[in-house]
Design a protein around this ligand. Structure first.
Ligand code: EPU
Length: 432
C-alpha cells in the first residue's frame, strides 16, 4: 500500500489546468452502449475509476481503445449483459450500465453495489425509475436482474429521502432514450454531470429537454449513433484546488475553471476571505490573509457539493473562529473528522454536523483517508501542518484525482509518494 509524505509547504503559486470530470465521464462511457456505432470521448481523466469502467465495458464484449485523455468505445453488436461482482464491487458508479444494458439488450444482470464508507447508498430510485419504464426487476444472489424487451415512456417521480439522485437520473434518462413514447423525469438531479450526460446523449441523436432543471423530458428514438464529445472540466477537482490554494495563502490561476458550476462554493470561499478574479479561460484564486470560519450545508446542485465537504472542513480547521459544516446528502460522511483531529484540528461531530474551532497551526501525523475526498482533505491539511504528514488511503485518492500529488507539487507543494512500508525519514521531495 502506498502513502503520501506531505511536508509543510509555502503558499501554492502558479498556473494549472483542470482534467475532465470523473463523475461525468463514467455515465457517458456507459451511455456509449446505447449505440452500435463507435464514440470518441475527449478530456478523459486518467483515474482508477475510469479504468474499472473500461474493464466493465470490455467484459461486456465492447472494444475500448485507451489513448492519452481519449477513449474510443466501439460497442458493435456486443453480446454481454452481466456486470460482475469483482468489477462492480470496486466502484459503485458501475450501476450506471444498468439503464443502457436494459435499453440495448432487453436484459441485464448487474451486481448490487455493496456498502460504502460514506454511508448507506441505496439504489431504490434506480429500480423505481426503470420499473416505471416497464422493466421487470428482481434481486437474485446479489445481482439486480432486469428484463424489459418493451420499455415504454412514462412519468416518473425520482425523489428520495435525501432529494434527487445523480446516477438514478442518469440511468433512467439513458434507458428512456430508446423507449418509445415520452418520459418525464420529475425531481431530476440538476448536477452539471447530468447535463453533460444529456448533452452527450443529444449528440448521439437522443431527444432530451430540460437537463439542468428538475424536470427532464425524453422522447424515445429508434436508434442512436456514435459521437465525438469532450467532457466538462472537473468542478470538484477545481474546488479542491481552490481550497488547497486558500489554506496555504497562495495564488493560483486555474485554467478551464467553470465558475458557473461552482457559484455556491465561490460565494462561501469569498465569505471566508478568498479572492477570485474571473478571467476568460478560468480564474485566479488568492488568499492573502488568514481566512475566517463560515458555515456550510451540503445540498444537491446548485447547493454546496458533498464532494467538497471534506476539503472545506480541512480549510476551516485553520480558519479564524468557528464554523459548522452540515451534511444533507450523506449524513455519515465524516470519517475524516477523527483524522483531522489527530492533526490537532478542533472538530466535534454532532449528528450530521461538524463543529469546528479553527486553530493557528495543525501538526503532522500519520493519517488515513477513507474515501477519495477525505484523502484529498488530509493532503490539503498536511500542506500547512507542522512537520511531516503521512497520508495513507491513496488508493482512494487515485480513484478520482489524476496524479494528485504531482499536480499540487507543480504549484510548489512538497509531496512524495512512497510504498507504505517505507520509513518516514526525510528524502528528496517531489517539488516544482
Ligand atoms: N439515494 C437514495 N436512493 C437511490 C440513490 C440515491 O436514497 O436510489 C440517496 C443517496 O443515499 C444520497 C442521495 O440520494 O443520500 C444522493 O445520492 P446520489 O444518487 O445522487 O449519488 P450517486 O449518484 O450515487 C454521485 C457521485 C458522488 C456524489 C453524489 C452526490 C458519481 C459517480 N458519483 O453519486 O460522487 O457524491 O452523486 O453528488 O457521479 C465522489 O466523487 O466522491 C462521489 C461520491
Amino acid at each position: 500500500m502506498i502513502k503520501l509524505l506531505v511536508e509543510p509547504s509555502g503558499p501554492l503559486s502558479g498556473h494549472i489546468a483542470l482534467h475532465g470530470a470523473k463523475n461525468a465521464v463514467l455515465p457517458i462511457m456507459a451511455a456509449c452502449l446505447l449505440s452500435e456505432e463507435a464514440s470518441v470521448i475527449e478530456r478523459v481523466p486518467k483515474v482508477a475509476d475510469v479504468t474499472v469502467m473500461v474493464e466493465i465495458l470490455r467484459s461486456l464484449g465492447v472494444k475500448v481503445t485507451v489513448g492519452k485523455e481519449r477513449l474510443k468505445i466501439e460497442p458493435g453488436k456486443f453480446s454481454g449483459t452481466v456486470a460482475a461482482y469483482d468489477l462492480v464491487s470496486q466502484m459503485r458508479a458501475s450501476i450506471c450500465v444498468l439503464g443502457p444494458l436494459l435499453a440495448r439488450q432487453g436484459q441485464a444482470r448487474v451486481s448490487m453495489p455493496g456498502g460504502c464508507v460514506i454511508g448507506p447508498r441505496p439504489i431504490d430510485l434506480h429500480l423505481k425509475g426503470l420499473e416505471a419504464l416497464g422493466a421487470v426487476l428482481s434481486i437474485e444472489h446479489g445481482y439486480i436482474v432486469a428484463s424489459g424487451r418493451r420499455l415504454k415512456g412514462s412519468d416518473i417521480q425520482l425523489v428520495g429521502t435525501f432529494g434527487s439522485s445523480v446516477l438514478a437520473t442518469g440511468n433512467v434518462m439513458m434507458a428512456a432514450t430508446l423507449a418509445p413514447g415520452v418520459t418525464v423525469i420529475e425531481h431530476a438531479a440538476c448536477e452539471p454531470e447530468v447535463v453533460d450526460l444529456a448533452n452527450f446523449l443529444i449528440s448521439m441523436g437522443a431527444r432530451i429537454e430540460g437537463q439542468g432543471t428538475p424536470v427532464i423530458r425524453v422522447e424515445g428514438v429508434e436508434k442512436l449513433h456514435g459521437s465525438h464529445y469532450t467532457i466538462i472540466p472537473d468542478r470538484i477537482e477545481c474546488g479542491t484546488l481552490m481550497m488547497a490554494t486558500a489554506i496555504t495563502g497562495g495564488q493560483v490561476e486555474i485554467a478551464g475553471a467553470r465558475i458557473d458550476h461552482l457559484n455556491v462554493v465561490v460565494d462561501k470561499l469569498k465569505e471566508a476571505g478568498v479572492i477570485f478574479d474571473v478571467r476568460d479561460d478560468g480564474v485566479m484564486v488568492s488568499a492573502p490573509n488568514r481566512l475566517k470560519g463560515v458555515d456550510v450545508t451540503t445540498q444537491p446542485y446548485p447547493g454546496f457539493p458533498t464532494d467538497l465537504q471534506a476539503p472545506m472542513l480541512a480549510l476551516m480547521s485553520t480558519a479564524d473562529g468557528a464554523s459548522v459544516l452540515t451534511e444533507k446528502i450523506y449524513p455519515e460522511r465524516f470519517m475524516h473528522v477523527s483524522e483531522l483531529v489527530r492533526m490537532g484540528a478542533r472538530i466535534k461531530r454532532e449528528g450530521s454536523s461538524a463543529l469546528v474551532r479553527g486553530v493557528e497551526q495543525l501538526s503532522g501525523a500519520p493519517v488515513s483517508g477513507s474515501d477519495l475526498r477525505a484523502t484529498a482533505a488530509l493532503v490539503i491539511a498536511g500542506l500547512v501542518a507542522q512537520n511531516q504528514t503521512e497520508v495513507s488511503g491513496i488508493e482512494h485518492l487515485d480513484r478520482g484525482y489524476q496524479g494528485f500529488e504531482k499536480y499540487i507539487s507543480s504549484l510548489g507543494a512538497c509531496i512524495q509518494r512512497v510504498p507504505e512500508s517505507s520509513r518516514t525519514k526525510k528524502r528528496e521531495l517531489v517539488s516544482r
